[in-house]
Design a protein around this ligand. Structure first.
Ligand code: WT7
Length: 638
C-alpha cells in the first residue's frame, strides 16, 4: 500500500490544494470486517474548477483555447479560451447562488453538447454543488427518475437541438419530466434554459421544436448571465471543498430496474482524471484532443471535461453525429481542427469501417498520434482498420477498459510504452491490482479465465450509490468479499495481458451504453397486452449487442406489426431510443426451471440463432416443448 500512496500523493502535488493532507488512500473492501469505505487525502481542501481554470491561467494559458465547438451543421462553430471559460463559469456560479443553490445541493443538467454543459458543471464544482448530468438522449421518464432520486433543486436545459436531420424537443421532454416528478411529490424550484435553437442552423427538412416557457419556474440562461455580469464578480467566491465532498452523481443501469447514482468525490477523482488524461493520451501543449463521447457519460466527464481541462488541453466539443451530413464527418473534423488525440468507441469504428476507404483517406490525418477506444471489447478487424486506415500504421492504439464506477481507466496500454495486442486492454493502470477469481471466489494465478475484480482501492473510484450505501456494498463488494467486482469476465494470457470478454451479469452493452435487461423487462411487463417478458443480449454487427425481447402476450392477444411497433416505442419513451428491442419475439411461454427461474442461457442461444449450440441439460425445465416452439416462431428480422 505504501508505494501506490506515495505515487498518488506525488501526482496530487502537481495540483493546487488550499490545504494539504498527508493521508493517502484509506479503505476497507471487506464488508465482513466492517463498513465498506474509500477515502483519499482526507482533510485536504481544494476545488476542481479552480484546478481546471485559475491554476492553468496562472501558468500562462489564459489565451489558450479550451474548447473548439462544432455544431451539427458543418460551419456552425466557435471557440472559447481558458480566460473566457473562467469568466463564464464565475458568472454562472453567481447565477446558481442567486437561485439559492448551496454547497451540497444537487443540480440536474440535461443539455446537448454545447459549451454551456461544461460551464454548468464547472460552476457547480466552483460552489460545491453536486452536478448530475443526464444524457440528452434519455427520455422524460429517465430524466424524471434521476431528478427525483437525487432530489435535484434546479435543472439546466436547452430549448432543443438536432442530431443529423432529427430535431430533439429537449424542453418539451424536460417539461414532461417535471409533471412526472410533480406526481411523485417532488417539484423542481427553477429551470434555466439555454436558447440554443436561434443561434444554430436548422438542418434541411427539419422542423424547429416549439418551446413553451413556464413563467413560474423558467428563466433564460442569457438573461441570467447578463444580470450576473452587472454584479461584482469578485464575490464569486471559490468554495474550498473537502477531499471527500461529492463532486458529481452519474447514473448507470442497475440490475433491479432503478438506475444507480454513482457518487464521485473531489480529490481522488480529480487526481485520477488528471493523471489518466496526461499519461494515456500523453498530453502535450499543442494537442487538439477529441473525445467523441457525449459528456452525459463518464467518458465525457473524465476525458471530455475534467481530464482535458486539468491538463490545460485544447479539446473539441462536437454536437453532431459521425454520419451526418455523411460518413466522412469525423475525418473532415480531424483535418479541419488538426486533431492529434482521438478517443472514440468501437461502435463508431465499426459503423464507419464499412464505408469506402476514401471517406477516410480523402482527409489528412497527419496530425493524429494516439487513437483511444472505450466502452466495449473491440474486435480485431475493427482494431486493425483503426490502426491501418485511420492511423496509417503510425498511431498508438489505446484500448482502455473502465466503468462509470471506476472514474477512470483500469486496464490500458500506455502509448509508446506498452506493446499492444488487438482486442486486449493490456495491463493495469498505475496502482491498479486486478484479480481473476472463479465462481467460488478463489483467486487464480497465471493464464486463466475468471471474474474480473480489483483487490486494492484507487483514488478515482466511486464512493457510494447516492442515498443507498447498502446497494453499493451489495452490488460491488458482496459477490466476492474483500474484492471490488466489476461484473465483467476476463482472461489473462501467458504474457499477463487482460482480455475483457463482457458482462457476466444481466447487463447488455449497446453501442457502449450499458443497459440492464430487467430495466427493459420492467417496461415490457407494464404494457397492458404483455403477460411476461424476458430480454437477452443478441450480437449485432455494428452496435456490439442489441436487446432481444421475448414476450408472452395475455390471452386472446396477437402480436401484430402495430403491436410490435407500440411495444418498441414504449421502451423508447420510458428509457431512451437506444434501449428499444431490436426484435420482439412473440412466445407461447418462457423456458423455466421447476423453481420458476427463467433459463436465460437458452433464450440467449435462440436469440443468437445458433441452432447447433448445445442447450445443455434441459431436463429441469417444466415444459421442454417451449424451446421447440420458440425455434419455430423465431422472427428473421424486424
Ligand atoms: C462496461 C462499463 C467507461 C466508459 C464507458 C462505459 C464495458 C468498457 C471496455 C473495454 C471491454 C469494456 C465493460 C464495463 N467496457 N470498456 N475497453 N473493453 N469492455 O461505461 O457504461 O459504466 O460501462 O463497459 O463491460 O463493465 P459504463
Amino acid at each position: 500500500m505504501e508505494e501506490p500512496n506515495k505515487f498518488w500523493k506525488s501526482v496530487a502535488k502537481e495540483l493546487h490544494f488550499e490545504k494539504w493532507s498527508d493521508k493517502g488512500l484509506e479503505y476497507n473492501f471487506d464488508h465482513q470486517k466492517g463498513e465498506v469505505f474509500v477515502k483519499f487525502m482526507e482533510g485536504a481542501k481544494t476545488n476542481m474548477a479552480y484546478n481546471c481554470l485559475e491554476r492553468n491561467i496562472q501558468k500562462g494559458l489564459g489565451s489558450k483555447i479550451a474548447y473548439i465547438w462544432e455544431g451539427n451543421e458543418p460551419g456552425d462553430q466557435m471557440t472559447i479560451t481558458y480566460q473566457e471559460l473562467l469568466e463564464q463559469v464565475s458568472k454562472f456560479a453567481e447565477v446558481l447562488r442567486t437561485k439559492g443553490v448551496k454547497k451540497g445541493d444537487v443540480v440536474a443538467i440535461y443539455l446537448p453538447m454545447t459549451i454551456e454543459l461544461p460551464i454548468a458543471m464547472l460552476a457547480c464544482a466552483r460552489i460545491g454543488a453536486i452536478h448530475s448530468v443526464v444524457f440528452a438522449g434519455f427520455s422524460s421518464d429517465a430524466l424524471a427518475n434521476r431528478i427525483h432520486q437525487a432530489k435535484a433543486k434546479i435543472l439546466i436545459t436547452a430549448d432543443g437541438f438536432y442530431r443529423g436531420h432529427k430535431a430533439i424537443d429537449l424542453k418539451t421532454l424536460a417539461d414532461k419530466a417535471f409533471s412526472i416528478c410533480h406526481d411523485q411529490g417532488h417539484d423542481i424550484d427553477s429551470v434555466i434554459m439555454v436558447e440554443h435553437l436561434k443561434r444554430i442552423r436548422t438542418p434541411q427538412g427539419a422542423i424547429p421544436p416549439e418551446v413553451k416557457i413556464n413563467k413560474k419556474t423558467d428563466s433564460l440562461w442569457n438573461k441570467e448571465m447578463e444580470a450576473a455580469s452587472s454584479k461584482n464578480l469578485q464575490t464569486s467566491k471559490i468554495e474550498w471543498n473537502d477531499s471527500e465532498d461529492p463532486l458529481f452523481i452519474l447514473y448507470t443501469s442497475g440490475s433491479t430496474g432503478t438506475p444507480k447514482g454513482l457518487v464521485h468525490t473531489t480529490t481522488g477523482y480529480m487526481t485520477y482524471a488528471y493523471e489518466a488524461a496526461k499519461k494515456i493520451f500523453d498530453s502535450k501543449p499543442d494537442d487538439v484532443f477529441w473525445c467523441t463521447a457525449d459528456i452525459g457519460w463518464i467518458t465525457g466527464h473524465t476525458f471530455g471535461v475534467y481530464g482535458a481541462l486539468l491538463n490545460g488541453m485544447t479539446s473539441m466539443l462536437f454536437e453532431g453525429v459521425p454520419n451526418y451530413p455523411d460518413a466522412s464527418r469525423m475525418w473532415q473534423l480531424v483535418e479541419k481542427y488538426k486533431v492529434s488525440k482521438l478517443y472514440t468507441s468501437p461502435t463508431a469504428v465499426r459503423s464507419l469501417m464499412d464505408c469506402p476507404t476514401e471517406m477516410v483517406t480523402d482527409y489528412s490525418r497527419d496530425t493524429l498520434k494516439i487513437l483511444g477506444v472505450v466502452g466495449e471489447p473491440i474486435n480485431r478487424p475493427a482494431w486493425r482498420w483503426l490502426h491501418k486506415v485511420v492511423g496509417g500504421e503510425k498511431c498508438a492504439i489505446v484500448d482502455t477498459y473502465w466503468q462509470t464506477e471506476t472514474g477512470g481507466p483500469m486496464l490500458t496500454p500506455l502509448p509508446g510504452a506498452t506493446p499492444t495486442k488487438p482486442g486486449s486492454a493490456t495491463m493495469p493502470f498505475f496502482g491498479v491490482d486486478p484479480v481473476l477469481v472463479d465462481d467460488q471466489g478463489v483467486a487464480k494465478k497465471g493464464q486463466i479465465d475468471g471474474n474480473l475484480c480489483f483487490a486494492r482501492a484507487w483514488p478515482g473510484m466511486a464512493r457510494t450509490i447516492w442515498g443507498d450505501h447498502a446497494r453499493f456494498i451489495k452490488t460491488y463488494f458482496s459477490t466476492f468479499p474483500g474484492l471490488y467486482f466489476t461484473g465483467d469476465g476476463a482472461r489473462r494470457d501467458q504474457d499477463s495481458y487482460y482480455w475483457v470478454g463482457g458482462r457476466v451479469d444481466d447487463k447488455l452493452n449497446v453501442s457502449g451504453h450499458l443497459l440492464s435487461t430487467s430495466e427493459i423487462e420492467c417496461v415490457l411487463t407494464h404494457h397492458p397486452t404483455v403477460q411476461e417478458a424476458a430480454v437477452v443480449a443478441a450480437p449485432h454487427p455494428s452496435k456490439g449487442q442489441v436487446p432481444y425481447a421475448f414476450v408472452v402476450l395475455k390471452q386472446s392477444r396477437t402480436l401484430t406489426a402495430d403491436l410490435i411497433h407500440e411495444i418498441k416505442q414504449e421502451v423508447r419513451n420510458k428509457i431512451g431510443p437506444f434501449a428499444a428491442p431490436e426484435v420482439v419475439h412473440g412466445a407461447c411461454g418462457l423456458p423455466k426451471t421447476r423453481s420458476g427461474k427463467i433459463t436465460r442461457r437458452i433464450l440467449r442461444i435462440i436469440a443468437e440463432g445458433d441452432h447447433k449450440a448445445n442447450l445443455g441439460d434441459t431436463s429441469t425445465l417444466i415444459d421442454e416443448q417451449v424451446i421447440a416452439h420458440l425455434w419455430e416462431t423465431r422472427p428473421d428480422v424486424q
